[in-house]
Design a protein around this ligand. Sequence first.
Ligand code: MG
Length: 402
Amino acid sequence: MSEPHENLTRVGLSILGSTGSIGRSALDIVRSHPGRFSVRGLACGKNFEEAILQAREFRPEVLSVDDSIYGRVRDALTGTGVQVLAGGEGACAVAAIEHADVLLSAIVGEAGLAPTWEGIRPGRTIALANKETLVVGGQTVIDRIREKGARLVPVDSEHSAIYQAMRGHPWSGVRRIILTASGGPFFGKTRSDLEQVSREQALNHPTWKMGPKITIDSATLLNKGLELIEARWLFDVPADQIEVVVHRQSIIHSMVEFEDASVLAQMGVPDMRGPISYAISGEERLPIGVPFLDLVKTGTLTFFGPDHETFPAIRLAARSILRAGQGALYLNMANEIAVKAFLAGQLPFTGIYEIWERVLAEAPEVVPDSLGEIRKAVRRATDLAMEAVSRIGSGSPAPVHP
Ligand code: MG
């Protein structure tokens, strides 16, 4: 049997967020397909050991790390030929490296927007795991992608499912998008049950293994709300054509319903390597070590409507994009601050809801039309969220960027 990919040109790949769960999975795929990828740039945070290991193994041209470990990393990589940079500027420099065919954008939160923005280049594929780039950047980011002639391929499993289902189908025949949601660790609970839940309970997700921020977002279901906003921009569909269905097994990753009542679903064992590989490989079907789906063993697939009383996040997210303006940006920043405060023990679980409501109510209707304007809006929303946390939480909120 011949090697199926031996004649393909190497994919030049840069990764923003290389030591996070998405970044590490991507590097696993790179490792298991030698000769298929060439790592050009890596950007990560404070994980010194992992940053050094990755740089030594993958030999990127540029590695950017958090300012706090910059000196040690630079010293440790002396003589390797890897250029070491630091902080937000370093991440932007990694994103801007030439010869990267694909930029995997997997920094968590609004911090991912600026480097992703820098990475939007003619002919490049942006493999987008950072949903905040679209939640916060909205139309402004979409305009830049079109203007530069870049391609956006989603890495979020739900959006990847829709993207895959839509290959070969015109959007004019679509009636609805159906986003599946696992329901998170608090499925079946009432709102009053949630008042006392601990950090540990919220961090215990039933099907997906992810970083702490997105795990909390899955517990509140705001992750699904942010995904609804992300889908609105990715696929240019209005919020009222996007429905959420709770599907506990996470086997169906999302669906598209057409005007002829046909529904296309994309399925598989829940494993982020699937959508990551699809996006970074140029939409190839590489063997990546994900277990094959055994439907008989799976047995039953179940579906429920979301409980909007206990989990107001989905409706709030839909409301945030009903009118043009900064609603989604404000909701996102409120959430980033609230989740940090919850993880630091400064806010009860349902206090997160209160921060969303309070901050969203302040969102202006004017659309920021440049990265500079977006960043100003982010600062205003962040300040409002921190004020709200200090008013209703216990203790003062942890300092946050920017
Ligand atoms: Mg998702």
